[in-house]
Design a protein around this ligand. Structure first.
Ligand code: FES
Ligand code: FES
Length: 213
């Protein structure tokens, strides 16, 4: 290719640009660190008092700690599972002040003084909660990872129905009729089961609700 060929000039310009870029990339780390922002100091902790499964527990947590991580990492209550950590699967469902919530979507410090029920507080081997027993009876699980959240959600669901809290399909409830399969599926739709044990989960819940499928 001729020295004055415009294509050759372009090629040489590109090579020169590449060398300049390489020089920037290869700048010693120390020089880069000198211009980097200072590292943040560790966050201060805040005291939180939770009434968990009937017992008052006091912890100091980084204010950014979710209720889920407080339960699992600070209180060793690992029955509550972390699935998505983004409010999409329901594996982390616990009951707070009588209402089910996704514990991955709320901060522990927001629940200072609240009553929290986890799967460990519903029942224990040899003394199962009726919902736990029904899940066993009807094979409402396979791998079991979603099961603590499913059971907490199911218990709270029946509480919601009893309290007359509406869902999208409330015709039967308004008439005082036991929850239908559709009603239960609607109310439990926030709890995902990768093993697809849905039919047996619904059967277990209807069993506890007194409406045998
Ligand atoms: S872990 Fe909380 S909703 Fe999935
Ligand atoms: S039993 Fe495996 S995810 Fe539900």
């Amino acid at each position: 290719m001729h020295a004055n060929d415009p294509l050759d000039v372009t090629r040489r310009s590109l090579i020169a640009g590449g060398v300049a870029t390489a020089a920037v990339v290869s700048t010693p780390l120390g020089a880069q660190a000198a211009s980097a922002p200072a590292q943040r100091a560790p966050a201060a902790t805040l005291p939180v008092s939770l009434k968990i499964n009937g017992k008052t527990r006091k912890i100091d947590v980084d204010p950014r700690t979710t209720l889920l991580d407080a339960l699992r990492e600070h209180l060793d209550l690992t029955g509550t599972k972390k699935g998505c950590d983004h409010g999409q699967c329901g594996a982390c469902t616990v009951i707070v002040e009588g209402r089910r919530i996704n514990s991955c979507l709320t901060l522990a410090v927001m629940h200072d003084g609240d009553s929290v029920t986890t799967i460990e507080g519903l029942g224990q081997p040899g003394n199962l909660h009726p919902m736990q027993a029904a899940f066993v009876t009807h094979d409402g699980y396979q791998c079991g990872y979603c099961t603590p959240g499913q059971i907490c959600s199911a218990v709270a669901t029946l509480g919601e129905i009893k309290d007359g809290i509406p869902s999208h399909v409330t015709a039967d409830l308004a008439a005082g009729i036991a929850p239908t399969e559709d009603e239960i599926r609607e109310r439990m739709s926030g709890n995902i089961c990768r093993c697809a044990a849905y039919s047996n989960i619904v059967t277990a819940i209807r069993d506890v609700a007194g409406e045998r499928a």
